[in-house]
Design a protein around this ligand. Structure first.
Ligand code: HEC
Length: 164
């Protein structure tokens, strides 16, 4: 009788080890999945559809961009893009600052950085929230600025946010 009992014991132990083994594997998997998805962060995109404009490939003038910014963008994005302008009815509660700009838009690749900003300038965007009082106008699509003016103001925003 005794040897048989021993055999059963070992079987139990083996089952237990298999159980803990699977548990450890599952825990490892659960830990790595969020780590992988966190590595590919979504870049902020405008709610309005539409592609980039010619501005995305034009050379911009930072000094001219600073003047365009002061005349057109400052009322909503604050002096030097520092933000703090209230936007009641939006989830954020304020118009986003552009200095610093949303970090998902920043890129060391200047073409990618320009492209990310240009999409908002061309097409405009409505912030999240039940009834945001302020929206981002479509400067390109509605022809409120020329493509060269948009290129200039993009150069200015990039200068405020030198990629780290
Ligand atoms: C009438 C107010 C208003 C004016 C004027 C305005 N914006 Fe905006 N802008 C907004 C709002 C509101 C958002 C947020 C949109 C969203 O969350 O989808 C925004 C978003 C942006 C973004 C994307 C940044 C982010 O974090 O979402 C950029 C870039 C931007 N604006 C640049 C400009 C520039 C450059 C000008 C001037 C040519 C300008 N804006 C003028 C209201 C304005």
């Amino acid at each position: 009788m005794k040897p048989v009992q021993k055999e059963d014991d070992m079987e139990d132990r083996r089952t237990l080890w298999t159980f803990w083994g699977w548990l450890a594997a599952a825990a490892l998997l659960l830990c790595t999945v969020p780590a992988i998805s966190a590595a590919t962060v979504d870049v902020a995109r405008p709610t309005n559809p539409g592609g980039p404009g010619a501005a995305a490939t034009l050379a911009g003038n930072t000094e001219s961009g600073a003047k365009i910014f002061a005349a057109n963008c400052m009322p909503c994005h604050g002096a030097a893009g520092k933000g703090g302008i209230p936007n009641p009815g939006s989830t954020d509660g304020t118009v986003p600052p552009l200095n610093p700009i949303d970090e998902t838009m920043v890129s060391k690749d200047s073409k990618a950085f320009t492209y990310n900003i240009d999409l908002f300038l061309q097409n405009g965007s409505t912030p999240d929230g039940p009834h945001p009082a302020i929206r981002m106008p479509a400067w390109g699509a509605d022809k409120m600025l020329t493509q060269q003016q948009i290129a200039d103001v993009i150069a200015y925003i990039v200068s405020l946010n030198q990629a780290k």
